[in-house]
Structures are given as structure tokens and as C-alpha cells.
Design a protein around this ligand. Structure first.
Ligand code: PSU
Ligand code: MN
Length: 305
């Protein structure tokens, strides 16, 4: 077993029994939501996965180890530690070698999931090409990771704080397929439609699993975006979210926010400006993604059995 990996008892037992496992990230806990909603969300999402017949493996860096599956105490620690580092690909060696507390982004979670042999990963939204990237060069490392690491990422699309069109162009250039579930349109996180289409609509877990199996059997390394729209009842009003997004972007610009702080700043401002209503939408979509991801993990596990 890999030197840096530490499996929880639940995940260890699942591996031994050949059960489907679903990876979960931890930046969404430490940097994506306030306490205590963050830890309630994390626990709730894990339970959705268990109820759907898979085993959740939330991933974080603790005491020099990549923890695959967290205890209740470890979830609480991440949810309440303001000094938890946001860890992407470039940060992994630092946080491990320095024994720091690290919350993994989509990119880092994909790396850790692949090391742990977990091909399905559930999150809220992925990073992407930021608006104005032609001058800022701000493109999330999540996209490069999708290009190289063979893990399927179930998400609710890409937030409109980003340039969704350029994000999809970037993914196309790097050969990352974008699947949609239940509709042809690529979703925009808080809303069900972005105005862009996904590459392929695959509604059933079996079809999604066959797609993944075929891609990887062909030796086509790299991830797949499985985009799952927020449930209609939980979606936000398009005009409201557009106005708030514009304001948050303006403030980030005025305050000179840069680097890895940009995404957490924008997410935090959107939450404040919607009086927490965006948080309810965020939690609803992650739970829905967990259901879709768990069913996909079950179907993929059945194929490879
Ligand atoms: N988008 C969201 N919620 C999040 C993130 C993105 O809607 O919590 C987090 C994820 O962990 C993602 C990271 O991998 O932000 C991307 O950060 P950056 O843009 O700095 O690469
Ligand atoms: Mn960035």
C-alpha cells in the first residue's frame, strides 16, 4: 500500500469486500461553506452515499498522511480549523512533508483518489477558466488534473463566476469529455442551464459506467466531467445570481484578490450577498451529486467485477 495513504476502517473494509467507494473533497468543507453547515453537509453527503449502496471516502491531509475516509473528529477538525490549507497539486508535497492540515481541492482529491484506486469522485463544482484569464492567466489546476488523472468527477457544472465557455473549450482541447445527466445542457451550478451544451448526455449509471470503462480500456488516461444539474426546486433565480456574481467579481477586482484566494473569496461573497440562500442551493446540489455518484460507483463496480 502507498506510503502516504491512510485508510479509515470503513474504507479499508469496503476495499477488502470489493464494495464501490466514492471519493469526496475537503476544500468544500474548509473553504467552501461556513461552520456548522459545512460539517453537517459533509456528514449528510456521506450518508446519502451509504444509503445508495456505496462507501464514502472523504479525503484530507492530516499529520503527514493522505487520509482516505475521515472520522467524525477529523471532519469536525477540518470544518473548524481556519488554518487548514487549501491543497492543490502543487501544494501536496509541502503539506505532507510539513505535517500541516490540508483540505484537498478537486485537483488534489483526484490525485489522492487515483492513488487509492477510487475512480469516482463527487463534489459541488469544479474550478475553471476565470473571466479575464486572458490577462490574469487564472485557470484552475483542476482542469489540468482532469486532463491527466483518470477519475470521474460528478459535479453541478461550473459557476458563472468563471468563464464557462472558455472552461469548456479548455476541456475540449485537453480531451476531457463532458457528460450531462438528464438534460443536454451543461449546468451552471446554481442554475440548471449555462447556455452551453455538454458533449454527451448519458442518463443512466450503467451508460455512464460503460463510457468510463471504454475510455480507460482504450488507454485514454484522464478524467471525465459528469455534470448533474441542481434539482429544479433548489435552483436559484438566474437574474439574481447574475447580479450578485457581477458584484462579487467587481469587489474581488477592487480589493486586488489574487491567486488561490480568488475562488474562496467569490464563493464567500456570493453566500453573504444572498443571505445564505446560495448555501441551501449548494447543499442541495452536492447531495444530489452524491446520489448520482454513488449509483455510478455501484454500476462501475459491477462492470469491473
Ligand atoms: N467551486 C465551487 N465550490 C468549491 C470550489 C470550487 O463551487 O468549493 C473549490 C474546489 O475545491 C475547487 C477549488 O477544486 O475551489 C478550485 O480553486 P481554484 O479556482 O483556486 O483552482
Ligand atoms: Mn486560480
Amino acid at each position: 500500500m502507498h506510503h502516504y495513504l491512510l485508510f479509515s476502517a470503513e474504507v479499508l473494509a469496503a476495499r477488502a469486500a470489493g464494495l464501490p467507494i466514492v471519493a469526496l473533497e475537503s476544500t468544500i468543507i474548509s473553504h467552501g461553506m461556513p461552520y456548522p453547515q459545512n460539517v453537517e453537509m459533509a456528514r449528510g453527503v456521506e450518508q446519502v452515499i451509504r444509503d445508495a449502496g456505496a462507501v464514502p471516502a472523504t479525503i484530507a491531509i492530516i499529520d503527514g498522511k493522505i487520509c482516505i475516509g475521515l472520522s467524525a473528529e477529523q471532519l469536525e477538525l477540518l470544518a473548524t480549523s481556519p488554518d487548514a490549507m487549501k491543497v492543490s497539486r502543487r501544494d501536496l508535497p509541502y503539506v505532507l512533508a510539513q505535517n500541516k492540515l490540508g483540505a484537498t481541492t478537486v485537483a488534489a482529491t483526484m490525485i489522492c483518489a487515483q492513488l487509492a484506486g477510487i475512480p469516482v469522485f463527487v463534489t459541488g463544482g469544479i474550478g475553471g477558466v476565470h473571466r479575464g484569464a486572458e490577462t490574469s492567466f487564472d485557470i484552475s489546476a483542476d482542469l489540468q488534473e482532469l486532463a491527466r488523472t483518470s477519475v470521474a468527477v460528478v459535479c453541478a457544472g461550473v459557476k458563472s463566476i468563471l468563464d464557462i465557455g472558455l472552461t469548456l473549450e479548455y476541456l475540449e482541447t485537453h480531451g476531457v469529455p463532458v457528460i450531462s445527466v438528464g438534460q443536454p445542457g451543461f449546468p451552471a451550478f446554481f442554475t440548471r442551464e449555462s447556455g452551453f451544451q455538454a458533449d454527451f448526455q448519458l442518463d443512466t449509471p450503467e451508460d455512464q459506467a460503460r463510457f468510463l470503462q471504454t475510455k480507460w480500456r482504450l488507454g485514454l488516461a484522464g478524467g471525465v466531467v459528469v455534470s448533474n444539474p441542481v434539482p429544479a426546486a433548489a435552483a436559484m433565480d438566474q437574474a439574481e445570481i447574475d447580479a450578485i456574481t457581477e458584484q462579487a467579481l467587481r469587489e474581488a477586482d477592487e480589493q486586488g484578490v489574487s491567486g488561490k484566494q480568488v475562488t474562496p473569496f467569490l464563493l464567500g461573497r456570493i453566500k453573504q450577498l444572498t443571505d445564505g440562500r446560495s448555501l441551501a442551493t449548494n447543499i442541495a446540489l452536492v447531495r444530489h451529486n452524491a446520489l448520482v455518484g454513488a449509483r455510478l460507483a455501484v454500476a462501475l463496480n459491477a462492470l469491473s467485477a
